[in-house]
Design a protein around this ligand. Structure first.
Ligand SMILES: *[C@@H]1O[C@H](CO)[C@@H](O)[C@H](O)[C@H]1NC(C)=O
Ligand SMILES: *[C@@H]1O[C@H](CO)[C@@H](O)[C@H](O)[C@H]1NC(C)=O
Ligand SMILES: *[C@@H]1O[C@H](CO)[C@@H](O)[C@H](O)[C@H]1NC(C)=O
Ligand SMILES: *[C@@H]1O[C@H](CO)[C@@H](O)[C@H](O)[C@H]1NC(C)=O
Ligand SMILES: *[C@@H]1O[C@H](CO)[C@@H](O)[C@H](O)[C@H]1NC(C)=O
Ligand SMILES: *[C@@H]1O[C@H](CO)[C@@H](O)[C@H](O)[C@H]1NC(C)=O
Ligand SMILES: *[C@@H]1O[C@H](CO)[C@@H](O)[C@H](O)[C@H]1NC(C)=O
Length: 413
């Protein structure tokens, strides 16, 4: 049951595809276009009648966090100021950067990131040893593909070294032992790897701009970009669409840690204790099966659709979990009222149906909202992070961690 994750496919759903085309009378301009005189990029109209169903959108229409025509808040720099020739003033350039953790926030975030790198390193190597050539061939994968997976494993060594150096080798977490789902096929295992890289990627994107040490953030950014490419490659090895989104979401550290700690079995005694929250498990009872495709650069598969009823159950807090079973799941939220889909730039809340607090079960209608309104990709069209919450605070990418105290259970992918 702990291993339900590896059975979960990406969530995708059918809405009319985006089709860029020349401007015409009946088209709509993409939001936040500038005053440029070039012809705006336009999309074919799609009907959205009735699309929003019972979805709750607190805070009204989503305002993109950066709007093109915002007056700039006054700062100490004027429009054309230079700090040096050819150097617009402002910014956070540090001339002699030091790559050290500057706060407990930085340190804890990096420790979770480091353990993530170890997990991926071990996992990718394990996939290569667990299955033989014929198994890979049955999944449509060649020797070239295996060497790609090997290369990705080696990338993790580099990332682990980089993060260890930021933390200082004396303080940095050391490798734990792992416990994985019982992989039944190459594709099973790669699907798991896709989820692991998914939360690895989103887990770092969520805190990167919050870091006290910008120099560390710089190096982490460069490693997580590689991780994002791994996530995409895993999707391609599975024959899924590589990136059916416009934005990769960032999630709180607690989301990544909740997902990661399940696979850490025993950790060395001197490893730092991770302080981020571990939420109770959320289980999707009726996952669709995304396995079965052959490796491909890109496919256009739609697995689930708007309005689909998702059955979930959840655990109550207080279960022992994590490395050496020495952590406890926790929730500071009240009764579950909403399902929050965290995807792309957005949190979309859907009211829970059929809530039974005795059996801890409920059902959820998959939302149909879209990133920038009706002409853009749907919010739920890839591996989304699903959590149950006790309320529906309006959140934007930079303050998403404020969701933590409202999380009853999750995330499920
Ligand atoms: C976890 O268990 C392992 C194996 O029993 C042990 O070596 C290690 O010291 C334990 N770690 C902690 C943090 O207690
Ligand atoms: C891709 O999927 C969309 C629906 O999501 C469909 O409208 C479109 O025709 C598909 N394209 C191809 C090439 O299959
Ligand atoms: C959850 O964490 C809070 C704050 O640390 C603590 O007071 C509470 O006892 C914890 N609950 C459980 C079930 O461990
Ligand atoms: C809620 O779940 C409990 C325990 O499974 C069950 O006995 C009860 O009938 C359920 N209530 C409703 C309204 O379905
Ligand atoms: C999510 O984005 C959609 C499209 O911009 C918007 O309609 C919706 O209000 C947003 N929801 C939240 C909770 O921000
Ligand atoms: C969802 O992703 C698929 C690719 O897997 C794409 O064809 C489809 O257009 C996307 N749907 C929406 C509504 O963005
Ligand atoms: C999150 O930030 C947005 C502005 O980007 C703000 O409108 C919203 O109130 C904030 N949410 C909370 C819970 O403070």
């Amino acid at each position: 049951m702990l291993y339900h994750l590896f059975l979960l496919p990406s969530i995708a759903f059918a809405l009319p595809a985006l089709v860029p085309r020349q401007q015409s009378g009946n088209s709509t301009t993409q939001q936040n276009s500038s005053n440029s005189t070039e012809a705006p990029f336009t999309y074919r109209d799609v009907s959205v009648t009735g699309e929003l169903g019972n979805i709750t959108f607190p805070g009204g229409p989503f305002v993109p966090p950066v709007r093109g025509n915002n007056p700039r808040p006054s700062t100490n720099t004027s429009e054309n100021a230079l700090s040096e020739p050819f150097t617009p003033s402002g910014g956070n350039v540090i001339k002699n950067p030091e790559y050290v953790a500057l706060s407990n926030f930085d340190e804890q975030s990096l420790q979770v990131g480091l353990q993530q790198e170890f997990l991926e390193l071990d996992l990718f190597n394990r996939i290569l040893t667990l299955f033989n050539e014929a198994d890979f061939e049955a999944a449509g994968l060649t020797a070239e593909d295996r060497s790609l997976i090997q290369f990705m494993a080696d990338q993790e060594i580099g990332h682990a070294v980089a993060v260890t150096n930021m933390l200082n080798p004396d303080k940095a977490a050391k490798v734990c032992t792992f416990s994985y789902p019982n992989f039944t096929s190459v594709q099973d295992a790669l699907m798991f790897a896709q989820f692991v890289t998914r939360w690895g990627e989103s887990g770092v994107l969520g805190f990167l701009p919050h870091m006290d040490s910008r120099p560390n953030a710089q190096i982490l950014l460069q490693s997580i970009t590689t991780e994002s490419r791994q996530e995409m490659a895993m999707r391609q090895l599975l024959g899924l669409h590589p990136m059916p989104v416009w934005f990769e979401s960032g999630v709180p550290q607690a989301f990544a840690w909740t997902l990661q700690q399940r696979y850490l079995k025993d950790c060395p005694e001197n490893n730092p204790r991770i302080q981020f929250q571990i939420f109770p498990d959320l289980i999707i009872e009726n996952q669709v099966n995304a396995l079965g495709g052959k490796a491909a650069l890109s496919t256009n598969r739609t697995l689930t659709s708007y309005g689909r009823e998702i059955q979930v159950s959840w655990e109550s807090p207080g279960r022992s979990t994590g490395p050496n079973n020495s952590y406890t799941t926790n929730s500071t939220a009240e009764k579950p009222r909403f399902a929050a889909f965290v995807q792309q730039l957005n949190v979309t809340y859907v009211g829970l149906d059929n809530v039974n607090l005795t059996s801890r079960t409920a059902s959820i209608r998959q939302p149909g909202s879209q990133v920038y309104g009706p002409y853009s990709p749907s919010i739920v069209n890839e591996t989304s992070f699903l959590v149950l919450t006790d309320s529906n605070p309006f959140l934007t990418p930079y303050n998403l961690t404020l969701i933590n105290k409202h999380v009853v259970a999750g995330p499920a992918l």
